[in-house]
Design a protein around this ligand. Structure first.
Ligand SMILES: C[S@@+](CC[C@H](N)C(=O)[O-])C[C@H]1O[C@@H](n2cnc3c(N)ncnc32)[C@H](O)[C@@H]1O
Length: 213
């Protein structure tokens, strides 16, 4: 997916992917990550997700990566925070109140710039990317987070019925993308109420992945 595609979406306010509530799978399965208070949780391709504010309210440190400055501006505004913005190599780091977001292309984010990560929450990130980008994305997130455990939410539907994003990513692809580096457990599999975009029957699957020893 081209960067311009996402910049245009934010510019035009076409953000149907924004849930406007905490992701129910995060709320339900966060405990499975067994995180210590104050843990740093990375949310790749974070948009202006309410998940960051929710994690912050629970004493964690959410760290996002997001292409769109518009999204990041709205994210901090909606949390009532004014971020300090500093240069971080080719990216910009926005930080306030224990929340950090790196503005720019996630593929330009290095482990050194990101800093230590205790866990990853991926909602609408892997599935936002076309198939050709997914292997590079999965490997990159693994590398920059030191293979921290991940909670991953995906969609499964008939790809012929809709172009995506979000794309349909099935279990065998999850195994191919992550199975060499992580053990993979499917925690949840449920129907998307009303379907994707209100029309396409779909299931949401939630995965817990831990680095192999
Ligand atoms: C489908 S949205 C999901 C946003 C968020 N995870 C949520 O649940 O609302 C995907 C987001 O990824 C951002 N994005 C796309 N490609 C990116 C990239 N290469 N680097 C950083 N962010 C990117 C887009 O701007 C968009 O906000």
């Amino acid at each position: 997916m081209e960067r311009d595609f996402w910049h245009r979406r934010w510019h035009e306010g076409r953000i149907g992917f924004h849930e406007g509530r905490v992701n129910p799978m995060l709320a339900r399965y966060l405990d499975r990550l067994s995180l210590a208070p104050g843990a740093r949780i990375f949310l790749p391709l974070c948009g202006k997700s309410f998940d960051l504010g929710w994690l912050r309210a629970r004493g964690f440190h959410p760290v996002g990566a997001e292409l769109s400055g518009i999204a990041i501006g709205q994210l901090f505004d909606e949390m009532g925070l004014t971020p300090r913005v500093t240069a971080a190599g080719p990216l910009k780091r926005h930080a306030a109140g224990g929340v950090e977001v790196f503005e720019g292309d996630i593929f330009d984010l290095t482990a050194a710039t990101l800093g230590p990560v205790d866990a990853v929450f991926d909602r609408a990130a892997l599935v936002a990317l076309p198939e050709a980008m997914r292997a590079g994305y999965a490997a990159h997130v693994g590398t920059i987070t030191g293979r921290a455990p991940q909670l991953l939410v995906t969609f499964v539907y008939d790809q012929a019925a809709m172009e995506g994003p979000p794309f349909s990513v099935r279990g065998p692809e999850i195994a191919a993308l992550y199975g060499a580096d992580y053990t993979i457990e499917r925690l949840d599999d449920r129907e998307v109420p009303g379907g994707l975009k209100g029309v396409i029957p779909a299931r949401a699957e939630t995965w817990l992945m831990r680095a192999r020893a």
